[in-house]
Design a protein around this ligand. Sequence first.
Ligand code: SF4
Ligand code: SF4
Length: 450
Amino acid sequence: MRKATFKGGIHPPENKELSAHIPIEQVNSIKKVVIPLNQHFGAPIKPLVAVGDTVKRGQKIADSQDRMTVPLHASISGTVKKIEAHLLVNNMEGPAIFIESNDSNEEEFLPILDPFACSKDEAIARIREAGIIGIGGAGFPAYVKLAPPPDKPIEYVIANAAECEPYLTIDERTMEESPDDVVDGLTIAMHIVKAKHGIIGLEDNKQHLVPILEKAIERKNTSLGFDIKIVLLKTKYPQGGEKMLITAVTGREVPSGKLPMDVACVVSNVGTLKAISEAFRKGRTVVDTALTVSGRACSTPKNLFVPVGTVVQDLIGSVIEVKENEVCRIVMGGPMMGPAVPSAVVPLQKNTSGVLFLNADEAQHYAEGSCIRCGRCMRACSCRLSPALLNRALSINDLDEAVAIGVLDCIECGSCSFVCPAHIQLVQRFRIGKQRVRIKMQKEAQRATK
Ligand code: SF4
Ligand code: SF4
């Protein structure tokens, strides 16, 4: 089997051995949740419930008519206690629905729907109604990806099974424990967009999953005849980036400012594909966050299904054990792209793929030096940018130059910061720089319409 890859990238320590062997545990003991209203990439949504209402797990509690939205569902049964702002994983306050459990196991489901017998519109509507967003990424509504405009035909649906972020093992466990659901979700996505080919892009540090996935593909193909293959990828960060994955498995390059559909591809995380399968076969809405809890300041690394909106602090002591004196940093997601949060009093979102409790060795912080023009950042950048030049343009506030040399193409992977011998916080600068550029563009657009 050939091993595909992309140019650039890095090899940070994997640290997956801490949790890769641990089966996913379903957590049902949560007494209260704080469900952020706006967990997806897109327009805000509004509550459909009021303080004092009784809700069931799986019941829709917020929605919007805007296209770039998905509804939210109660993740536990109980009473709505308040709707107000709370600290979220992005370190900003945002509106959230607070629910207190009534210890009922009741759950509301959508009617079962055959994805191969219903119309395309019904299938798309089901994926939206189930509240599915891209898991592990920015939270892009899954149904939008599966409804490209008519002039963008799709040839490939690519299952993103790279899980290239260190420590995270929830995708690996999902494929090991639910391979049929993942393959079923892939075939449903292929059917909706009429893609001829399905590819599962798997890093070679998870090679043991090949026979498991092959058997699941065989079981599916005997009944429906889909063309699905597994492409083994060199283990390299950020292999799970959409553009890198597409290049590695198809040889196609997504041009600057374009989307996967512009090269006839749709990319979907394996957890998202499992959720798509469950939305049809079981009528399940997204009520649990699937995540890895790890890091060397956590004495019980685990893979978990936890009700969406569970406050991380509420897991400590009852579900996981943390060496409180050793925690130097808490990261929501993987260590390369996940934001650090000031405390554990933040709720899990649908797309929170990990919580890491890092000790002093793992969270090393160095003083910044000056650029020595070594070029390492350029060689590491899989987007072919020149991070040192970007940094210089942003440091003198030359936003036009930063845009001209590609700051908006930066995927914020952090590879440049990782290799920089001067420990310059490049990716942090680029994140802020991109925000400044977008604000400037918005202001210019507003001025132009006046
Ligand atoms: S953070 Fe941006 S500039 Fe740095 S390596 Fe990643 S894509 Fe390139
Ligand atoms: S890796 Fe760091 S020191 Fe080397 S060129 Fe890039 S910014 Fe400068």
